[in-house]
Ligand binder design. Structure first.
Ligand SMILES: [Zn+2]
Length: 256
């Protein structure tokens, strides 16, 4: 399993297409001359689709585009929050972060920003970075046309720039899904895609103890952690997780 992961991680979309196209051509050519079963062709096709799907769902593979997923400084970890700002939970999280001298990146949804514009100024004034997480976070965003994607990101960035005076530099793809269209979006808007190396699963039914154990066991220096600031659960989880992280790492830089 580990070996397969390494192979796929080093194999991007373009290389995969060239490799499998060559395999398909060779197989079809052989089938013309020899009585070869369709099995090999179908098996190759299934393998190809499997690798593409893996690349789509796991942003950390850098399959379609490069995404930042770790810090160079191994004495630090970086907290990131998606799907806000939320009028109730984001302020609570901001207070908690201050208690532990933590600086984070908030990947905000444009529509939510429109509802709580003052929160953006609050996030900025406390030293955090604001990144773009699309305008709508629509569940079909990943299959929107590239132009529609660019429209969403531009609209969000313009609103953020009006509020903060700064053009957002970082983008987090919704759901962590990537594909050739997301790659074009990131390239055309000149943004930097940010992934994560540790997912908290703060939206899942996992118990806090399970998540805290995973943090103790799997979070090493330089990790980028994924949370969401639009739910009470994250506030409760952070009250327990921040002291653990603070003991071993500094949380005071959001330099990527
Ligand atoms: Zn999201």
């Amino acid at each position: 399993m580990e070996i397969q992961k390494v192979i796929v991680a080093n194999m991007n979309y373009k290389v995969t297409n060239i490799l499998f196209l060559s395999v398909f051509i060779v197989l079809i050519a052989v089938m013309v001359f020899v009585d070869l079963s369709y099995f090999y062709l179908i098996a190759s096709l299934i393998l190809y689709l499997g690798i593409i799907t893996w690349g789509v769902v796991d942003i950390r593979l850098n399959f379609f585009l490069p995404s930042i997923q770790k810090l160079e400084n191994k004495k630090q970890v970086l907290l990131t929050f998606d799907d806000g700002p939320h009028p109730v939970y984001t302020p609570l999280i901001l207070d908690l972060l201050d208690e532990f001298n933590a600086k984070a990146i908030f990947f905000v949804i444009g529509e939510q920003v429109g509802k709580s514009p003052l929160l953006i100024e609050e996030i900025q004034s406390r030293g955090h970075i604001i990144g773009c997480h699309t305008w709508s976070h629509h569940y079909l965003f990943d299959i929107f046309s590239v132009n529609k994607m660019i429209e969403e990101v531009t609209k969000t960035n313009q609103l953020l720039e009006q509020l903060t005076g700064e053009k957002p530099e970082y983008f987090r793809p919704p759901f962590g899904i990537t594909n050739p269209r997301i790659a074009k979006l990131v390239k055309k808007t000149g943004m930097k895609s940010v992934a994560w190396s540790f997912r908290s699963f703060d939206g899942s039914k996992r118990k806090n103890d399970t998540i805290l154990n995973a943090i103790k066991k799997n979070v090493n220096g330089g990790e980028i952690l994924l949370f969401h600031d639009n739910r009470l659960r994250t506030v409760e989880l952070l009250k327990l997780a921040l002291p653990i992280l603070y003991e071993s790492y500094s949380l005071d830089s959001n330099d990527l």
